[in-house]
Design a protein around this ligand. Structure first.
Ligand SMILES: Nc1ncnc2c1ncn2[C@@H]1O[C@H](COP(=O)(O)OP(=O)(O)OP(=O)(O)O)[C@@H](O)[C@H]1O
Length: 308
């Protein structure tokens, strides 16, 4: 398990991480979400050791995180950094060589990995000849080529089409199932919701919520109820204690205390055939919005930057 404990970091006297504590377990995908400027990249760079924390501690499997453990880390930075004119297989092979693999092993690893990422037909193409999404897949291959024990990926899914998202996901899940820690940041909440077992939500440099995805959905956001019937539900919206989120003729989505919702159900049953009734858990987007309104506001972010 990767653990961060009360990590603080400032730039030019301005604090951007405030006591950031988080965990990312082996064997599963942990999504790191937050608005622009929330502190994801800074946190990831501190995990990597590219940037120093001002205070706080980091551990991997209970031991202080140091250079030896980090040599088995894989990192995909948000600023992509491969050679545009080099053939992609050569490039990944070269990186594998840097990690100590023999020439034949390095070539085999590069070709295998690029094949898994759907680039088997493009091995001899220079990076710059690929579309941006395909260049991104090469970047992901670069972070994976040495079979990392801990994978830190900054926005790995941005710019990928749904097919590529699934390909990359398959590779990441495989790594996680082999026991790696996989932590990735993303703005694509629908993707994170679908992919991640665990989530960490950061806003303005503070951890706002963290934990298992379904647990977070049950614990945060607004609980609503859905009621559907074969008869018109127009009467339901006017009942006391009901706050309507959306309404169609035979369906209503509303907020209410549990007893009020049950009373509404009883009334609906008396009036006709109820086809659906149950709580609707908030989506990750809704939870995220609830937590991060301020930090996702571009005006707030610009004001922060201007104040620096
Ligand atoms: N080298 C730096 N010097 C000064 N300020 C910095 C530096 N790096 C990051 N910051 C500031 O720290 C804050 C957090 O930035 P960071 O890049 O970690 O956010 P992020 O969550 O990754 O955002 P995004 O989703 O937009 O990439 C921002 O306000 C940013 O301007």
């Amino acid at each position: 398990m990767l653990e961060l404990h009360e990590i603080c970091r400032g730039f030019s006297g301005k604090q951007v991480l405030h006591d950031v504590s988080l965990t990312a377990a082996r064997g599963q995908l942990t999504g790191f979400v937050g608005g622009n400027g929330a502190g994801k990249t800074t946190t990831m760079r501190i995990i990597l050791g590219v940037l120093a924390a001002d205070s706080g501690t980091m551990k991997l499997d209970g031991a202080q995180l140091g250079a030896t453990a980090r040599s088995r880390f894989g990192y995909m930075p948000s600023e992509r950094g491969l050679y545009p004119k080099m053939k992609i297989a050569e490039q990944i092979t070269y990186l594998a060589r840097l990690h100590g693999f023999s020439k034949s092993e390095a070539t085999a690893r590069a070709e295998d990995l690029l094949g898994q990422l759907g680039l088997g037909e493009r091995l001899k193409d220079p990076l710059e000849a690929l579309s941006l999404g395909n260049q991104q897949r090469v970047q992901i291959a670069a972070s994976l080529v040495h079979d990392p024990d801990v994978l830190i990926l900054d926005e790995p899914f941005s710019g990928l089409d749904p097919f590529a998202v699934d390909l990359v996901l398959r590779v990441l899940v495989e790594r996680a199932q082999a026991g790696a820690v996989v932590l990735f940041s993303s703005h694509q909440l629908d993707v994170v919701e679908r992919l991640c077992d665990d989530l960490v939500i950061i806003g303005e440099g503070r951890i706002l919520a963290a934990g298992e995805r379904e647990h977070l959905r049950r614990r945060h956001g607004t609980l609503r109820y859905e009621l559907a019937s074969e008869t018109d539900l127009g009467w339901a919206a006017t009942q006391p204690g009901i706050l309507v989120d959306s309404q169609e003729e035979n369906r209503i989505l509303f907020q209410a205390e549990s007893e009020v919702a049950q009373q509404l159900l009883s009334q609906a049953v008396q009036r006709g055939q109820v086809t659906k009734f149950g709580p609707v858990l908030p989506t990750l987007s809704e939870i995220f919005r609830e937590f991060t309104t301020d930090s996702t506001d571009p005006a707030a972010e610009n004001a922060q930057e201007a104040a620096r």
